[in-house]
Design a protein around this ligand. Structure first.
Ligand SMILES: Nc1ncnc2c1ncn2[C@@H]1O[C@H](COP(=O)(O)OP(=O)(O)O)[C@@H](O)[C@H]1O
Ligand SMILES: [Mg+2]
Length: 509
Protein backbone atom coordinates (compact mmCIF):
# COMPACT_ATOMS: atom_id res chain seq x y z
CA UNK A 1 0.00 0.00 0.00
CA UNK A 2 2.83 2.32 0.91
CA UNK A 3 4.54 1.54 -2.37
CA UNK A 4 1.44 2.29 -4.41
CA UNK A 5 0.87 5.54 -2.53
CA UNK A 6 4.42 6.73 -3.16
CA UNK A 7 4.18 5.69 -6.77
CA UNK A 8 0.94 7.61 -7.25
CA UNK A 9 2.30 10.64 -5.50
CA UNK A 10 5.44 10.75 -7.63
CA UNK A 11 3.48 10.10 -10.78
CA UNK A 12 0.81 12.70 -10.13
CA UNK A 13 3.16 15.48 -9.10
CA UNK A 14 5.43 14.82 -12.04
CA UNK A 15 2.51 14.69 -14.38
CA UNK A 16 1.18 17.98 -13.09
CA UNK A 17 4.59 19.56 -13.21
CA UNK A 18 5.15 18.59 -16.83
CA UNK A 19 1.64 19.59 -17.81
CA UNK A 20 1.95 23.03 -16.25
CA UNK A 21 5.34 23.56 -17.87
CA UNK A 22 4.06 22.44 -21.22
CA UNK A 23 1.24 24.97 -21.04
CA UNK A 24 3.48 27.80 -19.91
CA UNK A 25 5.95 27.05 -22.69
CA UNK A 26 3.16 27.03 -25.25
CA UNK A 27 1.70 30.32 -24.02
CA UNK A 28 5.14 31.88 -23.98
CA UNK A 29 5.90 30.85 -27.54
CA UNK A 30 2.53 32.04 -28.79
CA UNK A 31 3.07 35.35 -27.04
CA UNK A 32 6.52 35.75 -28.57
CA UNK A 33 5.16 35.18 -32.07
CA UNK A 34 2.83 38.11 -31.52
CA UNK A 35 5.37 40.64 -30.28
CA UNK A 36 6.20 43.64 -32.45
CA UNK A 37 9.40 43.52 -34.52
CA UNK A 38 10.86 46.34 -32.47
CA UNK A 39 11.16 43.89 -29.59
CA UNK A 40 13.29 41.48 -31.62
CA UNK A 41 15.58 44.29 -32.74
CA UNK A 42 16.59 44.86 -29.14
CA UNK A 43 16.50 41.31 -27.75
CA UNK A 44 19.13 38.70 -28.64
CA UNK A 45 17.47 35.59 -30.03
CA UNK A 46 19.60 33.36 -27.78
CA UNK A 47 18.06 34.97 -24.74
CA UNK A 48 14.57 34.25 -25.98
CA UNK A 49 15.34 30.60 -26.66
CA UNK A 50 16.77 30.28 -23.15
CA UNK A 51 13.50 31.61 -21.77
CA UNK A 52 11.35 29.19 -23.68
CA UNK A 53 13.55 26.14 -23.26
CA UNK A 54 15.42 26.44 -19.94
CA UNK A 55 13.40 28.73 -17.76
CA UNK A 56 10.27 26.71 -18.28
CA UNK A 57 12.28 23.59 -17.41
CA UNK A 58 13.21 25.17 -14.09
CA UNK A 59 9.55 25.61 -13.35
CA UNK A 60 8.95 21.94 -14.13
CA UNK A 61 11.66 20.93 -11.72
CA UNK A 62 10.09 23.12 -9.09
CA UNK A 63 6.68 21.58 -9.53
CA UNK A 64 7.79 17.99 -9.68
CA UNK A 65 10.58 17.82 -7.11
CA UNK A 66 10.04 20.66 -4.67
CA UNK A 67 6.33 20.68 -4.11
CA UNK A 68 6.18 16.99 -3.16
CA UNK A 69 9.08 17.03 -0.77
CA UNK A 70 8.04 20.41 0.57
CA UNK A 71 4.67 19.02 1.58
CA UNK A 72 6.37 15.96 3.08
CA UNK A 73 8.95 18.03 4.96
CA UNK A 74 6.40 20.43 6.37
CA UNK A 75 4.26 17.53 7.63
CA UNK A 76 7.29 15.88 9.15
CA UNK A 77 8.34 19.10 10.84
CA UNK A 78 4.92 19.80 12.30
CA UNK A 79 4.61 16.18 13.46
CA UNK A 80 7.93 16.25 15.25
CA UNK A 81 7.21 19.55 16.95
CA UNK A 82 3.88 18.22 18.21
CA UNK A 83 5.49 15.03 19.52
CA UNK A 84 8.30 16.95 21.20
CA UNK A 85 5.96 19.37 22.90
CA UNK A 86 3.74 16.53 24.06
CA UNK A 87 6.64 14.62 25.59
CA UNK A 88 8.05 17.58 27.39
CA UNK A 89 6.97 21.20 27.17
CA UNK A 90 10.22 22.18 28.84
CA UNK A 91 12.66 20.55 26.41
CA UNK A 92 10.34 21.11 23.46
CA UNK A 93 10.38 24.88 24.01
CA UNK A 94 14.15 24.87 24.29
CA UNK A 95 14.46 22.98 21.03
CA UNK A 96 12.17 25.46 19.35
CA UNK A 97 14.37 28.32 20.53
CA UNK A 98 17.01 27.20 18.09
CA UNK A 99 14.53 27.78 15.26
CA UNK A 100 15.08 31.56 14.91
CA UNK A 101 18.82 30.91 14.56
CA UNK A 102 18.20 28.47 11.75
CA UNK A 103 15.80 30.89 10.17
CA UNK A 104 18.20 33.83 10.28
CA UNK A 105 21.13 31.86 8.90
CA UNK A 106 18.94 30.45 6.14
CA UNK A 107 17.72 33.90 5.21
CA UNK A 108 21.26 35.24 5.06
CA UNK A 109 22.31 32.28 2.96
CA UNK A 110 19.33 32.74 0.73
CA UNK A 111 20.19 36.38 0.16
CA UNK A 112 23.73 35.67 -0.97
CA UNK A 113 22.78 32.66 -2.95
CA UNK A 114 20.17 34.62 -4.82
CA UNK A 115 22.74 37.17 -5.94
CA UNK A 116 25.14 34.44 -6.99
CA UNK A 117 22.42 32.55 -8.75
CA UNK A 118 21.33 35.56 -10.80
CA UNK A 119 24.89 35.95 -11.95
CA UNK A 120 25.05 32.33 -13.02
CA UNK A 121 21.84 32.68 -14.98
CA UNK A 122 22.72 35.86 -16.82
CA UNK A 123 26.07 34.42 -17.81
CA UNK A 124 24.46 31.26 -19.06
CA UNK A 125 22.14 33.41 -21.15
CA UNK A 126 25.18 35.22 -22.53
CA UNK A 127 26.64 31.87 -23.58
CA UNK A 128 23.41 30.93 -25.32
CA UNK A 129 23.17 34.27 -27.10
CA UNK A 130 26.80 34.05 -28.15
CA UNK A 131 26.30 30.58 -29.60
CA UNK A 132 23.10 31.46 -31.44
CA UNK A 133 24.69 34.54 -32.97
CA UNK A 134 27.90 32.88 -34.02
CA UNK A 135 26.39 29.75 -35.43
CA UNK A 136 24.16 31.93 -37.61
CA UNK A 137 27.15 33.94 -38.71
CA UNK A 138 29.51 31.03 -39.18
CA UNK A 139 30.26 31.82 -42.83
CA UNK A 140 31.50 35.29 -41.89
CA UNK A 141 33.67 33.82 -39.14
CA UNK A 142 35.27 31.38 -41.55
CA UNK A 143 35.64 33.74 -44.48
CA UNK A 144 37.41 36.31 -42.35
CA UNK A 145 39.49 33.75 -40.46
CA UNK A 146 37.97 34.72 -37.15
CA UNK A 147 37.99 31.18 -35.69
CA UNK A 148 40.79 31.77 -33.21
CA UNK A 149 39.59 35.16 -32.07
CA UNK A 150 36.05 33.86 -31.65
CA UNK A 151 37.32 30.87 -29.69
CA UNK A 152 39.10 33.26 -27.34
CA UNK A 153 35.96 35.33 -26.98
CA UNK A 154 33.97 32.21 -26.23
CA UNK A 155 36.57 31.17 -23.71
CA UNK A 156 36.03 34.43 -21.86
CA UNK A 157 32.28 34.07 -21.86
CA UNK A 158 32.57 30.47 -20.75
CA UNK A 159 35.07 31.26 -18.02
CA UNK A 160 32.97 34.00 -16.53
CA UNK A 161 30.07 31.55 -16.32
CA UNK A 162 32.34 29.04 -14.62
CA UNK A 163 33.54 31.65 -12.14
CA UNK A 164 30.02 32.59 -11.19
CA UNK A 165 29.23 28.91 -10.63
CA UNK A 166 32.22 28.60 -8.33
CA UNK A 167 31.06 31.63 -6.37
CA UNK A 168 27.72 29.97 -5.87
CA UNK A 169 29.42 26.79 -4.77
CA UNK A 170 31.45 28.73 -2.20
CA UNK A 171 28.30 30.08 -0.64
CA UNK A 172 26.97 26.54 -0.39
CA UNK A 173 30.21 25.36 1.11
CA UNK A 174 29.82 27.86 3.93
CA UNK A 175 26.18 27.11 4.49
CA UNK A 176 26.42 23.37 4.92
CA UNK A 177 28.86 23.41 7.88
CA UNK A 178 26.94 26.28 9.40
CA UNK A 179 23.85 24.10 9.57
CA UNK A 180 25.95 21.32 11.12
CA UNK A 181 27.21 23.75 13.72
CA UNK A 182 23.67 24.73 14.59
CA UNK A 183 22.78 21.07 14.89
CA UNK A 184 25.55 20.36 17.41
CA UNK A 185 24.56 23.51 19.26
CA UNK A 186 21.03 22.18 19.56
CA UNK A 187 22.24 18.79 20.83
CA UNK A 188 24.46 20.53 23.36
CA UNK A 189 21.54 22.64 24.55
CA UNK A 190 19.30 19.58 24.92
CA UNK A 191 21.95 17.77 26.99
CA UNK A 192 22.73 20.79 29.10
CA UNK A 193 19.12 21.69 29.87
CA UNK A 194 18.11 18.04 29.94
CA UNK A 195 20.70 17.32 32.65
CA UNK A 196 19.39 20.21 34.70
CA UNK A 197 15.84 18.98 34.14
CA UNK A 198 16.76 15.50 35.39
CA UNK A 199 18.43 16.95 38.48
CA UNK A 200 15.37 19.08 39.20
CA UNK A 201 13.17 16.07 38.54
CA UNK A 202 11.30 17.78 35.71
CA UNK A 203 12.06 15.25 32.97
CA UNK A 204 13.08 11.62 32.88
CA UNK A 205 16.36 10.36 31.46
CA UNK A 206 14.58 8.50 28.66
CA UNK A 207 12.91 11.69 27.46
CA UNK A 208 16.25 13.52 27.22
CA UNK A 209 17.70 10.60 25.36
CA UNK A 210 14.74 10.54 22.94
CA UNK A 211 15.10 14.26 22.34
CA UNK A 212 18.66 13.98 21.09
CA UNK A 213 17.38 11.84 18.24
CA UNK A 214 14.29 14.00 17.71
CA UNK A 215 16.51 17.02 17.18
CA UNK A 216 18.13 15.14 14.33
CA UNK A 217 14.75 14.37 12.84
CA UNK A 218 13.83 17.99 13.36
CA UNK A 219 16.88 19.22 11.44
CA UNK A 220 16.64 16.94 8.50
CA UNK A 221 13.50 18.43 6.91
CA UNK A 222 14.75 21.94 7.61
CA UNK A 223 18.03 21.22 5.90
CA UNK A 224 16.13 19.58 3.10
CA UNK A 225 13.98 22.63 2.60
CA UNK A 226 16.98 24.94 2.76
CA UNK A 227 18.80 22.97 0.12
CA UNK A 228 15.78 22.95 -2.10
CA UNK A 229 16.16 26.72 -2.14
CA UNK A 230 18.44 26.20 -5.04
CA UNK A 231 15.58 24.87 -7.07
CA UNK A 232 13.09 27.31 -5.63
CA UNK A 233 15.51 30.09 -6.48
CA UNK A 234 15.86 28.88 -10.05
CA UNK A 235 12.14 28.67 -10.38
CA UNK A 236 11.57 32.13 -8.90
CA UNK A 237 14.21 33.74 -11.06
CA UNK A 238 12.88 31.93 -14.12
CA UNK A 239 9.29 32.81 -13.36
CA UNK A 240 10.25 36.44 -13.02
CA UNK A 241 11.92 36.45 -16.42
CA UNK A 242 9.04 34.62 -18.05
CA UNK A 243 6.59 37.14 -16.64
CA UNK A 244 8.70 39.99 -17.93
CA UNK A 245 8.29 38.63 -21.45
CA UNK A 246 4.61 37.92 -20.90
CA UNK A 247 4.19 41.55 -19.84
CA UNK A 248 5.51 42.86 -23.16
CA UNK A 249 2.54 44.29 -25.04
CA UNK A 250 1.58 42.29 -28.11
CA UNK A 251 1.15 43.77 -31.55
CA UNK A 252 -2.36 45.10 -32.16
CA UNK A 253 -3.96 42.74 -34.64
CA UNK A 254 -7.48 44.24 -34.63
CA UNK A 255 -8.98 40.79 -34.73
CA UNK A 256 -12.44 42.20 -34.15
CA UNK A 257 -12.30 43.87 -37.58
CA UNK A 258 -13.71 42.04 -40.61
CA UNK A 259 -11.37 39.81 -42.60
CA UNK A 260 -10.02 41.46 -45.75
CA UNK A 261 -11.20 39.45 -48.78
CA UNK A 262 -9.63 41.53 -51.51
CA UNK A 263 -8.21 44.99 -52.06
CA UNK A 264 -8.61 47.42 -54.92
CA UNK A 265 -4.95 48.17 -54.45
CA UNK A 266 -4.97 51.87 -53.73
CA UNK A 267 -2.21 53.07 -51.47
CA UNK A 268 -1.42 56.40 -49.89
CA UNK A 269 1.34 57.61 -47.58
CA UNK A 270 0.31 60.80 -45.79
CA UNK A 271 3.14 62.78 -44.18
CA UNK A 272 4.69 59.64 -42.76
CA UNK A 273 7.45 60.00 -40.19
CA UNK A 274 9.15 56.86 -38.99
CA UNK A 275 12.04 55.98 -36.69
CA UNK A 276 13.26 52.59 -35.46
CA UNK A 277 14.43 54.18 -32.23
CA UNK A 278 12.41 57.12 -31.05
CA UNK A 279 14.18 60.19 -32.44
CA UNK A 280 16.33 59.01 -35.37
CA UNK A 281 13.94 59.50 -38.23
CA UNK A 282 14.64 57.08 -41.06
CA UNK A 283 11.66 58.33 -43.08
CA UNK A 284 10.80 62.01 -43.02
CA UNK A 285 7.48 63.41 -44.10
CA UNK A 286 6.89 60.92 -46.93
CA UNK A 287 3.74 61.47 -48.99
CA UNK A 288 2.69 59.72 -52.18
CA UNK A 289 -0.35 58.15 -53.76
CA UNK A 290 -0.56 54.97 -55.82
CA UNK A 291 -3.66 54.25 -57.93
CA UNK A 292 -5.10 50.71 -58.10
CA UNK A 293 -3.14 48.70 -60.65
CA UNK A 294 -0.41 51.28 -60.96
CA UNK A 295 3.19 50.18 -61.26
CA UNK A 296 5.70 52.27 -59.41
CA UNK A 297 9.35 52.01 -58.53
CA UNK A 298 11.22 53.31 -55.51
CA UNK A 299 14.90 54.02 -55.97
CA UNK A 300 17.64 55.47 -53.82
CA UNK A 301 21.06 54.64 -52.54
CA UNK A 302 21.69 52.03 -49.85
CA UNK A 303 20.42 53.13 -46.47
CA UNK A 304 18.04 55.68 -47.98
CA UNK A 305 15.04 54.03 -46.31
CA UNK A 306 13.52 51.93 -49.09
CA UNK A 307 13.20 48.69 -47.16
CA UNK A 308 11.83 50.64 -44.20
CA UNK A 309 8.92 51.76 -46.37
CA UNK A 310 8.00 48.12 -46.91
CA UNK A 311 8.39 47.24 -43.25
CA UNK A 312 5.92 49.90 -42.16
CA UNK A 313 3.55 49.10 -45.02
CA UNK A 314 3.43 45.54 -43.75
CA UNK A 315 2.77 46.73 -40.21
CA UNK A 316 5.96 45.20 -38.84
CA UNK A 317 6.82 48.58 -37.37
CA UNK A 318 4.55 51.42 -36.35
CA UNK A 319 5.02 54.92 -37.70
CA UNK A 320 5.34 57.89 -35.36
CA UNK A 321 3.48 60.54 -37.32
CA UNK A 322 1.17 60.67 -40.31
CA UNK A 323 -0.92 57.83 -41.72
CA UNK A 324 -0.85 55.05 -44.30
CA UNK A 325 -4.07 54.48 -46.20
CA UNK A 326 -4.96 51.33 -48.09
CA UNK A 327 -8.09 51.62 -50.19
CA UNK A 328 -8.72 54.89 -48.35
CA UNK A 329 -8.67 53.31 -44.90
CA UNK A 330 -5.92 53.57 -42.29
CA UNK A 331 -3.60 50.58 -42.15
CA UNK A 332 -3.97 50.55 -38.38
CA UNK A 333 -7.71 49.97 -38.56
CA UNK A 334 -7.49 46.79 -40.61
CA UNK A 335 -7.57 43.23 -39.39
CA UNK A 336 -3.81 43.04 -39.66
CA UNK A 337 -3.34 39.32 -40.28
CA UNK A 338 -5.80 39.17 -43.13
CA UNK A 339 -4.43 42.42 -44.59
CA UNK A 340 -0.94 40.98 -44.68
CA UNK A 341 -2.16 38.10 -46.83
CA UNK A 342 -3.25 40.61 -49.42
CA UNK A 343 0.10 42.37 -49.42
CA UNK A 344 2.54 40.19 -51.29
CA UNK A 345 6.03 40.98 -50.11
CA UNK A 346 9.13 39.67 -51.73
CA UNK A 347 11.89 40.77 -49.45
CA UNK A 348 15.56 41.24 -50.07
CA UNK A 349 16.48 38.34 -47.85
CA UNK A 350 13.84 35.63 -48.01
CA UNK A 351 13.79 33.37 -44.99
CA UNK A 352 13.04 29.71 -45.57
CA UNK A 353 12.06 27.20 -42.92
CA UNK A 354 13.40 23.69 -42.68
CA UNK A 355 11.08 21.55 -44.78
CA UNK A 356 10.46 20.87 -48.44
CA UNK A 357 10.30 23.46 -51.22
CA UNK A 358 6.63 22.64 -51.57
CA UNK A 359 5.94 23.39 -47.92
CA UNK A 360 7.97 26.55 -48.06
CA UNK A 361 5.87 27.84 -50.90
CA UNK A 362 2.54 27.00 -49.29
CA UNK A 363 3.92 27.79 -45.83
CA UNK A 364 3.00 24.36 -44.47
CA UNK A 365 -0.68 24.96 -45.18
CA UNK A 366 -1.92 21.48 -46.12
CA UNK A 367 -5.20 22.98 -47.31
CA UNK A 368 -3.40 24.23 -50.38
CA UNK A 369 -3.06 21.38 -52.85
CA UNK A 370 0.15 20.39 -54.59
CA UNK A 371 -1.52 20.96 -57.93
CA UNK A 372 -2.33 24.55 -57.00
CA UNK A 373 1.29 25.16 -56.05
CA UNK A 374 2.49 23.65 -59.33
CA UNK A 375 0.06 25.84 -61.24
CA UNK A 376 1.32 29.01 -59.57
CA UNK A 377 4.94 28.10 -60.11
CA UNK A 378 4.23 27.45 -63.80
CA UNK A 379 2.37 30.76 -64.02
CA UNK A 380 5.30 32.78 -62.76
CA UNK A 381 7.65 30.80 -64.96
CA UNK A 382 9.76 29.34 -62.16
CA UNK A 383 9.30 25.71 -63.12
CA UNK A 384 12.74 25.43 -64.60
CA UNK A 385 14.39 26.39 -61.34
CA UNK A 386 12.45 23.77 -59.39
CA UNK A 387 13.16 21.05 -61.94
CA UNK A 388 16.86 21.71 -61.49
CA UNK A 389 16.69 20.75 -57.83
CA UNK A 390 17.60 17.13 -56.99
CA UNK A 391 14.14 16.15 -55.83
CA UNK A 392 12.06 18.94 -57.31
CA UNK A 393 9.29 20.08 -54.98
CA UNK A 394 10.26 17.51 -52.39
CA UNK A 395 13.80 18.82 -51.97
CA UNK A 396 14.47 19.33 -48.29
CA UNK A 397 15.69 22.75 -47.29
CA UNK A 398 17.76 23.12 -44.19
CA UNK A 399 17.47 25.98 -41.78
CA UNK A 400 18.65 29.27 -43.30
CA UNK A 401 18.71 27.72 -46.76
CA UNK A 402 22.33 28.35 -47.50
CA UNK A 403 21.97 26.12 -50.53
CA UNK A 404 19.63 28.36 -52.51
CA UNK A 405 20.66 31.63 -54.11
CA UNK A 406 19.02 34.90 -53.13
CA UNK A 407 17.24 34.98 -56.48
CA UNK A 408 15.87 31.47 -56.08
CA UNK A 409 14.61 32.30 -52.63
CA UNK A 410 12.92 35.37 -54.06
CA UNK A 411 11.16 33.15 -56.58
CA UNK A 412 9.79 31.08 -53.71
CA UNK A 413 8.57 34.24 -51.99
CA UNK A 414 6.98 35.44 -55.20
CA UNK A 415 5.15 32.13 -55.58
CA UNK A 416 3.91 32.52 -52.00
CA UNK A 417 2.55 35.96 -52.76
CA UNK A 418 0.73 34.77 -55.88
CA UNK A 419 -0.58 31.69 -54.08
CA UNK A 420 -2.19 33.85 -51.42
CA UNK A 421 -3.65 36.02 -54.14
CA UNK A 422 -2.08 39.26 -52.97
CA UNK A 423 -3.52 42.44 -54.45
CA UNK A 424 -0.55 44.68 -53.80
CA UNK A 425 2.82 43.23 -54.74
CA UNK A 426 5.99 44.66 -53.29
CA UNK A 427 9.37 43.48 -54.51
CA UNK A 428 12.54 44.44 -52.72
CA UNK A 429 15.10 43.64 -55.33
CA UNK A 430 18.16 41.82 -54.15
CA UNK A 431 21.22 43.77 -55.15
CA UNK A 432 24.11 42.12 -56.91
CA UNK A 433 23.74 38.53 -55.81
CA UNK A 434 20.86 37.78 -58.13
CA UNK A 435 21.81 35.99 -61.33
CA UNK A 436 20.56 37.31 -64.65
CA UNK A 437 18.49 34.23 -65.41
CA UNK A 438 16.53 34.42 -62.18
CA UNK A 439 16.25 38.16 -62.59
CA UNK A 440 14.71 37.65 -66.01
CA UNK A 441 12.19 35.17 -64.60
CA UNK A 442 11.20 37.56 -61.84
CA UNK A 443 10.95 40.44 -64.30
CA UNK A 444 8.69 38.50 -66.63
CA UNK A 445 6.54 37.24 -63.76
CA UNK A 446 6.09 40.75 -62.42
CA UNK A 447 5.06 42.01 -65.85
CA UNK A 448 2.52 39.22 -66.14
CA UNK A 449 1.16 39.88 -62.67
CA UNK A 450 1.06 43.62 -62.88
CA UNK A 451 -1.86 43.63 -65.31
CA UNK A 452 -4.24 43.25 -62.42
CA UNK A 453 -2.24 44.23 -59.42
CA UNK A 454 -0.64 47.23 -57.86
CA UNK A 455 3.09 46.70 -58.00
CA UNK A 456 5.81 48.47 -56.09
CA UNK A 457 9.34 47.59 -57.07
CA UNK A 458 12.32 48.65 -55.10
CA UNK A 459 15.12 48.86 -57.56
CA UNK A 460 18.81 49.00 -57.11
CA UNK A 461 19.52 48.54 -60.78
CA UNK A 462 17.83 51.27 -62.72
CA UNK A 463 17.90 49.08 -65.82
CA UNK A 464 15.07 47.01 -64.35
CA UNK A 465 12.55 49.80 -63.93
CA UNK A 466 12.26 51.39 -67.36
CA UNK A 467 8.65 50.32 -67.84
CA UNK A 468 7.14 51.54 -64.59
CA UNK A 469 4.49 54.26 -64.53
CA UNK A 470 6.26 56.37 -61.98
CA UNK A 471 9.53 56.47 -60.08
CA UNK A 472 9.89 57.76 -56.52
CA UNK A 473 13.36 58.78 -55.46
CA UNK A 474 14.23 58.48 -51.78
CA UNK A 475 17.28 60.27 -50.48
CA UNK A 476 18.30 60.15 -46.81
CA UNK A 477 14.76 59.34 -45.74
CA UNK A 478 13.11 62.05 -47.82
CA UNK A 479 11.07 61.74 -50.96
CA UNK A 480 13.03 64.13 -53.17
CA UNK A 481 11.83 63.45 -56.72
CA UNK A 482 8.99 61.72 -58.51
CA UNK A 483 8.12 61.25 -62.15
CA UNK A 484 8.85 59.12 -65.20
CA UNK A 485 12.35 58.07 -66.18
CA UNK A 486 12.53 60.75 -68.90
CA UNK A 487 11.21 63.48 -66.61
CA UNK A 488 13.71 62.63 -63.88
CA UNK A 489 16.63 62.52 -66.29
CA UNK A 490 15.62 65.93 -67.59
CA UNK A 491 15.41 67.21 -64.00
CA UNK A 492 19.11 66.45 -63.54
CA UNK A 493 18.85 65.76 -59.80
CA UNK A 494 19.45 62.76 -57.51
CA UNK A 495 17.98 60.27 -59.99
CA UNK A 496 20.14 61.66 -62.78
CA UNK A 497 23.24 61.22 -60.61
CA UNK A 498 22.31 57.62 -59.73
CA UNK A 499 21.68 56.90 -63.38
CA UNK A 500 24.96 58.40 -64.52
CA UNK A 501 26.88 56.51 -61.84
CA UNK A 502 25.46 53.16 -62.90
CA UNK A 503 25.90 54.03 -66.57
CA UNK A 504 29.57 54.68 -66.02
CA UNK A 505 29.92 51.38 -64.15
CA UNK A 506 28.45 49.71 -67.19
CA UNK A 507 25.42 48.44 -65.32
CA UNK A 508 23.02 50.01 -67.79
CA UNK A 509 23.61 48.94 -71.32
N1 LIG B 1 15.79 47.18 -37.54
C1 LIG B 1 16.43 48.36 -37.60
N2 LIG B 1 16.74 49.02 -36.46
C2 LIG B 1 17.37 50.21 -36.51
N3 LIG B 1 17.74 50.81 -37.63
C3 LIG B 1 17.48 50.22 -38.81
C4 LIG B 1 16.81 48.96 -38.84
N4 LIG B 1 16.68 48.60 -40.14
C5 LIG B 1 17.23 49.59 -40.87
N5 LIG B 1 17.72 50.56 -40.09
C6 LIG B 1 18.34 51.82 -40.54
O1 LIG B 1 17.41 52.56 -41.29
C7 LIG B 1 18.02 53.20 -42.40
C8 LIG B 1 17.31 52.83 -43.69
O2 LIG B 1 17.48 51.46 -43.92
P1 LIG B 1 16.75 50.70 -45.10
O3 LIG B 1 15.32 51.12 -45.12
O4 LIG B 1 17.05 49.26 -44.96
O5 LIG B 1 17.52 51.29 -46.36
P2 LIG B 1 17.54 50.77 -47.86
O6 LIG B 1 16.60 49.64 -48.01
O7 LIG B 1 17.16 51.98 -48.67
O8 LIG B 1 18.93 50.37 -48.16
C9 LIG B 1 19.47 52.77 -42.39
O9 LIG B 1 20.22 53.83 -41.82
C10 LIG B 1 19.50 51.57 -41.48
O10 LIG B 1 20.71 51.49 -40.79
MG1 LIG C 1 17.00 47.65 -48.55
Amino acid sequence: AMFVAVYLQVYITNYMGQKITHNIRMDLFKHITRLPMRYFDTTPSGRLSTRVANDTKNLAEFFSSVITSLVKDVFLLVGIVVVMLKMSIYLGTISLLILPLILVSTLVFRYFDRIAYRKVRTRLAIINAFLAEHISGMSVIQIFNQEKRKAREFDNVNKSHYKSLMEQLLIFAVFRPLMDLLYYLAIAAIIWFGARGILEGRVGFGVVYAFTSYVEMFFRPIRDIAEKYDIVQNALASAEKIYRIMDEPEEKYNEEQPVVKSLRGELEFKNVWFAYNEENYVLKDISFHVKPGEKIAIVGETGAGKTSIISILNGLYRIQKGDILIDGRSLYEYNLQSLRKKLGLVLQDVFLFSGTILDNIRLFDKNISKERVHEVVRYIGAERFIKRLPEGYETEILERAGTLSAGERQLIALARAVLYDADILVLDEATANIDTETEAIIQKAMEKLSHKKTVITIAHRLSTIRNTDRILVIHKGELVEKGSHEELIKLGGVYYDLYRLQYELGDIA
